[in-house]
Ligand binder design. Structure first.
Ligand SMILES: CC(=O)SCCNC(=O)CCNC(=O)[C@H](O)C(C)(C)COP(=O)(O)OP(=O)(O)OC[C@H]1O[C@@H](n2cnc3c(N)ncnc32)[C@H](O)[C@@H]1OP(=O)(O)O
Ligand SMILES: N[C@@H](CCO)C(=O)O
Length: 380
């Protein structure tokens, strides 16, 4: 059996690299450094993004879709050159779909700090070196500033809808609070007003797993021997994270105590659930950069919508968008009280909605029909 650290891997942990086929992505390049909330600035910023549909002459039909931690701009569509995986919200965008491309112009950027085309630790500095461990600390606010520049470049003054789940929901909320006039409707899924102590704690263990891998090299591993990187650490982080993304009953019903195939757990073999986690670890290691994982996890930890704005209630009261907030009933990572707090605090929000799902936090990615119904309520 192969462990993730033994699986043959491309350099830079599957991150997009200069010269890779672009697929259907386009790029926005900022012509000046991005000032950062923590101080300093990030030069050479570019965001990869994909679009579906046509922008109306009056520019009123633009929808912004914001992905979660390991997502990317490829919301729908097959795996193809430039996209290592199929879309993560298949079925939601296209003719006759919830985001009907005969009507809506849908934009999905890869987050700043990510590894699927946007500037991140695996990218090159303007001086031609890898950012690696010198990549600066980013916050959600920096990421939304970069996305607002992209919107400006596309000529979009106001989004008809901003939608995001988990980390994407944090950025969607930041859009609506920091730029209320630019967000007409808002859908927040499985997210929170601030990263909680427990969420930071789970992230802490994942960050330690990556940084304690000897191949981490302080983040400067990208130009090490081809294929070498903190794959074991990233795999460990994904195993832990994935358990928090699913529910205890789901794991019990799916796997119980069954051994994996003919393996004997009492003799070096694995239980099915262990094999399942190995699979998800190896899959992430193949498609994601550990440096981006660290950058994005720290940015999520920084999420606190009320920081410098007089607290959560004062920040939420800035929202003008007609808003729906939904959580997943079995989500143990972003539990429903966090979404109830958002719905109660946003003056333009309806009552909190509940996505019924056995799949835990990942329910917002898996329960497409329920997400489609929520989108329909806002812009149907
Ligand atoms: C579909 C994508 O992966 S899109 C890639 C982009 N990813 C993202 O955007 C991040 C968001 N996506 C994710 O986090 C996840 O991929 C999710 C939430 C979409 C996965 O959810 P689900 O569809 O419920 O997948 P689930 O957790 O059941 O895992 C299925 C996989 O586990 C494998 N598996 C199931 N049981 C076992 C087992 N006992 N041993 C080993 N592997 C197993 C399946 O073969 C399947 O493999 P595959 O994904 O390579 O086809
Ligand atoms: N499974 C999701 C969960 C994070 O919200 C991801 O990997 O992005």
């Amino acid at each position: 059996m192969l462990t993730p650290s033994e699986v043959p891997l491309p350099p830079a942990s599957g991150a997009w690299r200069e010269g890779d086929p672009p697929g259907r992505r386009q790029w926005y390049e900022r012509d000046r450094p991005l000032p950062l909330e923590a101080g300093g600035e990030l030069p050479g910023v570019r965001l990869a993004f994909e679009t579906w549909g046509r922008l109306a002459a009056d520019r009123s039909n633009a929808v912004l879709v914001l992905h979660a931690l390991t997502g990317d701009s490829h919301v729908v569509g097959p795996a193809e050159p430039g996209h290592p995986t199929p879309g993560w919200w298949e079925g939601l965008i296209g003719p006759g779909r919830a985001l009907d491309t005969d009507r809506w112009f849908v934009v999905a950027p890869n987050v700043l700090g990510g590894c699927q085309g946007s500037t991140g630790p695996s990218s090159f500095t303007p001086g031609g070196r890898r950012w690696g461990g010198t990549f600066p600390f980013l916050t959600q606010r920096d990421q939304v500033t970069a996305e607002a520049d992209l919107a400006d470049a596309l000529g979009i003054e106001r989004w008809a809808l901003v939608v995001g789940g988990s980390m994407g929901g944090m950025r969607a909320l930041e859009w609506a609070v920091s730029r209320p006039e630019r967000t007409r409707t808002l859908l927040l899924l499985a997210t929170a007003a601030a990263a909680s102590s427990e969420q930071i704690a789970w992230a802490n263990i994942q960050l330690h797993a990556i940084r304690s891998d000897p191949h981490w090299r302080g983040g400067d591993y990208h130009d090490a021997a081809p294929g070498l990187g903190p794959h074991a650490g990233l795999g460990l982080a994904r195993r832990l994270a994935h358990v928090t993304y699913r529910s205890e009953p789901e794991l019990q019903v799916r796997f119980g105590r069954a051994p994996q195939g003919t393996e004997d757990p009492w003799n070096g073999g694995r239980y099915q659930v262990e094999s399942y986690l190995d699979h998800h670890a190896a899959k992430l290691v193949r498609r994601f950069d550990a440096g981006s994982y660290v950058t994005l996890a720290e940015a999520m930890n920084s999420h606190e919508i009320g920081r410098g704005r007089g607290g959560t209630r004062a920040a939420l009261s800035r929202v003008r968008a007609r808003t729906l907030v939904a959580g997943v009933d079995s989500d143990r990572l972003y539990p429903l009280p966090q979404q109830a707090e958002l719905a109660a605090g946003i003056p333009t929000a309806d009552r909190v909605r509940v996505v019924e799902s056995p799949y835990g936090h990942d329910g917002f990615l898996i329960e497409g029909e329920q997400v489609a119904a929520l989108i329909g309520e806002l812009v149907g």
